[in-house]
Design a binder for this molecule. Structure first.
Ligand SMILES: NC(=O)c1ccc[n+]([C@@H]2O[C@H](COP(=O)([O-])OP(=O)(O)OC[C@H]3O[C@@H](n4cnc5c(N)ncnc54)[C@H](O)[C@@H]3O)[C@@H](O)[C@H]2O)c1
Length: 367
């Protein structure tokens, strides 16, 4: 039985062939650059030639820790370095679009963070600029490369579950929002900054929903202004449904983060190990039961890598493959416009109390 997992493990492996490797520079040297981007790129054999951050002390500290040779005074100095072929952005969301625009104008390939843009319309503008300049533009929605989730997706793609009928992601955790002071002040918090990963994965498995219906809540005494609890129900034209529920104010120590995909011939169920103590607690778990495979009940799939840092190599590897002439990145910005349209529909639903259809590209044509 274990032999059957070999093609799944191969599909989940993240490697960067030497011929794909290009020199990277990083904009933003905050927590995620330090614990995820830089370790992942090193393990993938990628060279980060320099970085910039307005906090110069932090920039030097992170550069020293990871052996990054150059600290630039600012973005313009970074872009004037002819060695830089790919710009990797890891800054607070509000600062990102201007940086992505400048990097694309300079002719670089660009990997943006999630949330990629403040609206699907702005994202669509950036996608259009990238295609005008012939640059690859992708988004760091790396849950699509997290091994537990990627293996579940591959099992569904191989037909082990039959026809997929439902997907559920349920997260009940404590999130230390004070680690990101800029997140404490936003009115719309949870979906833009956390659950966007789950909504992106729902689209990866199931395509575009016909509607989403969502509600949001807060907990007395919570640190952030915005919502810390959201529940979203999806309907798809095929009749498939999905549920994403995320609660960040679990103060009682019994964290849980589970996902499940059900089909007419089998199911997969798993846990997102990262969320049992952010930022690295444990690997995911994954089990499958399948009439197609003839499993005798639930069979565990051996997950051997982690969301942080391992999955962070995925979006960059896939961008580099596209830059080398391969197919669109798995997390292409062109596709991410659809994820942002879902996020916007979720907030419209929260505001109106009604189910909402995502408006792709905010009504813009995405070329
Ligand atoms: N799993 C994930 O995908 C994941 C996880 C955590 C954070 N993030 C995202 O990564 C981004 C950064 O998060 P973080 O945890 O590192 O936050 P952080 O607050 O630790 O760091 C942000 C850094 O960006 C720098 N910065 C601000 N404006 C800048 C600018 N104009 N140019 C260059 N640098 C600038 C700040 O000085 C700071 O060092 C956010 O968009 C966040 O949503 C993604």
């Amino acid at each position: 039985m274990i032999d059957l997992f070999e093609p799944v493990a191969r599909a989940c492996a993240i490697e960067v062939p030497v011929a794909h490797r290009r020199r990277i520079a990083l904009v933003g040297a905050g927590a995620i650059a330090d614990v995820a981007h830089l370790p992942a790129y090193r393990s993938g054999g990628l060279e980060v030639v320099g970085l910039t951050d307005p906090d110069a002390g932090r920039a030097h500290e992170v550069a020293d820790r990871h052996g990054v040779g150059t600290v630039y005074a600012d973005l313009e100095e970074l872009l004037s370095d002819g060695r830089v072929e790919v710009v990797d952005v890891a800054v607070p969301a509000s600062a990102q679009p201007a940086i992505v625009r400048r990097a694309l104008e300079s002719g670089r390939h660009v990997l943006g963070q999630k949330p990629f843009a403040p609206s699907a319309a702005v994202a669509a503008e950036l996608v259009a600029l990238a295609s005008e300049r012939g640059s690859v533009l992708a988004v760091n929605q790396q849950l699509r490369f997290d091994e537990g989730m990627a293996a579940a997706h591959e099992m569904a793609r191989l037909g082990w579950l039959g026809e997929v009928t439902s997907l559920t992601i349920s997260v009940d955790i404590w999130t230390e929002w004070t680690s990101w002071p800029w997140m404490l002040e936003v009115d719309e918090l949870e979906v833009w900054n956390h659950s966007i990963h789950y909504h992106d994965v729902v689209r990866w498995f199931l395509g575009e929903p016909s509607t989403v219906f969502a509600s949001a809540g807060r907990t007395p005494g919570q640190a952030p202004r915005g919502e810390t609890r959201t529940t979203t129900v999806y309907e798809f034209p095929s009749g498939t449904t999905a549920l994403v529920a995320a609660h960040h104010e679990n103060r009682w120590g019994d964290q849980s983060a589970t996902f499940r995909v059900d089909g007419s011939a089998g199911s997969v169920r798993g846990t997102l190990g990262l969320l049992y103590d952010y930022p690295s607690r444990r690997p995911d778990t994954l089990e499958v039961t399948s009439e197609v495979l003839g499993t005798d009940g639930w069979v565990p799939y051996p997950v051997t890598t982690r969301w942080i840092p391992d999955a962070f190599l995925g979006p960059m590897a896939s961008l580099l493959a596209a830059a080398a002439g391969g197919e669109e990145p798995r997390t292409a910005a062109r596709d991410n416009v659809g994820t942002l349209a879902v996020v916007e529909a979720i907030y419209r639903s929260i505001r109106t109390g009604t189910a909402q259809a995502p408006l792709l590209g905010g009504g813009m044509v995405v070329k």
